[in-house]
Design a protein around this ligand. Structure first.
Ligand SMILES: NC(=O)c1ccc[n+]([C@@H]2O[C@H](COP(=O)([O-])OP(=O)(O)OC[C@H]3O[C@@H](n4cnc5c(N)ncnc54)[C@H](O)[C@@H]3O)[C@@H](O)[C@H]2O)c1
Length: 346
């Protein structure tokens, strides 16, 4: 585990303790006080303040890169170069070119890389995906929304463990979270875009409208999928209501309606699928809602058992970043932007 910061403490370290096929062997953080405090709770076999030293440890098979977005690509490539499989948090990177470098590095290594889009392991989303593939026929249209609640921190403070912090933590220069446009696109649109792609396939072009108004930011994005389906994505921060996330998909032979919960509740999405073939609604009960643990179990199954990769791949990670950049470009020009043409970051 690289990084003993908030996401490691709230999700990945518990996942290692509970998950099938997972064992926390090493924990690395450049902040010694944080490393000590987090290690006393999660008890790795070894600890490192130097990432290079952890990568030189032959007992490390695979690395979770749980650090700030700006560091993802460089540190993921270092792990691949050392012969380790990689799980890297979302967004995979902050610019198209560095993500392309990571695609090349994964291809050259023959190793597994999975991006931390944990919604792909939400059992409700998995049910919807299977229903769409098996029973709904072609997709006509979809819409998805990701609206962060004004009350989000009241929720997460109640649900997450007390997070230990350190002034010595390695953080990118400046304060990326203070950027009111770039940060939400990288941090939040990365989930929304990946969900749309997971359900309905490749996105080829977008046209976005942006409103920064009355204290909230809102991106409304018209989306074109490669197969001709159309979509609408809504990213809004923040809404004066409960966490508001979900999707509708209209298929040739059925439809899906889903409500997604704030992830720290660890509840699978409520999904209702209508199949024209039996004129019935299908609504699964998905008791295991720990998508964070399930995504690491899926990654381990791919590495250890050769199971097909269910999580977002390196090419999915690149495609999501391309889409985010296209949304940013379109929002500033008002023009339709194709994903193939974009360069740089949002
Ligand atoms: N999937 C989700 O729901 C979700 C939720 C929250 C955060 N995230 C993602 O998780 C990632 C990490 O978030 P965070 O809030 O934990 O970050 P953070 O920056 O607060 O913590 C990262 C830790 O990694 C350590 N670190 C960084 N570079 C290092 C290096 N080279 N060597 C050793 N230690 C190093 C830092 O000292 C720090 O303690 C981000 O990419 C974020 O977008 C995902």
């Amino acid at each position: 585990m690289l990084g003993a910061g908030p996401i490691a403490q709230a999700a990945h370290l518990d996942a290692c303790a509970k998950g099938v096929g997972l064992e926390l062997y090493a924990l690395c953080d450049s902040a010694p006080d944080l490393l000590d405090a987090v290690s006393s709770r999660h008890r790795p076999t070894v600890t490192y303040t130097s990432y290079d030293e952890m990568l030189a440890d032959d007992n490390v098979d695979a690395v979770v890169v749980a650090v700030a977005d700006q560091f993802h690509v460089r540190l993921a490539i270092a792990a691949l170069d050392a012969g380790k499989h990689v799980f890297v948090e979302k967004p995979m990177g902050v610019a198209v070119e560095e993500c392309e470098q990571l695609v090349a590095a994964v291809a050259a290594s023959g190793l597994t890389l999975q991006v931390g889009n944990m919604r792909r392991f939400d059992a409700g989303v998995e049910y919807a995906r299977a229903f769409l593939a098996e029973r709904a026929g072609g997709v006509v249209a979809m819409r998805a929304w990701y609206c962060d609640s004004a009350y989000r921190y009241a929720m997460t403070d109640a649900l997450q463990p007390a997070i230990i912090r350190s002034d010595a933590a390695s953080r990118p220069a400046g304060e990326p979270k203070a950027d009111r446009v770039r940060y939400p696109l990288l941090g939040h649109a990365s989930h929304l875009v990946d969900l749309a792609r997971d359900l309905c396939g490749a996105i080829v072009a977008v046209r976005a409208t942006f409103a920064d108004r009355l204290g909230a930011r809102c991106w409304f994005v018209a989306v074109e999928f490669a197969d001709g389906a159309v979509g609408h994505l809504d990213l809004t921060l923040t809404v004066q209501m409960d966490w508001h996330e979900g999707f509708h998909v209209y298929g040739e032979n059925g439809s899906v309606v889903a409500r997604i919960f704030q992830p720290w509740y660890r509840m699978a999405s409520e999904v209702e699928c209508f199949a024209a073939s039996d004129r019935s609604f299908h609504r699964p009960l998905c008791p295991d809602g720990d998508h964070y643990r399930r995504q690491l179990e899926g990654w381990a199954a791919t590495i250890v058992d050769g199971a097909p990769q269910r999580g977002a791949s390196v090419t999915d990670g690149l495609a999501a970043v391309r889409c985010i950049v296209a949304i940013a470009r379109s929002a500033s020009t008002g023009e339709r932007v194709t994903l193939a043409e974009v360069t740089g970051g949002p």
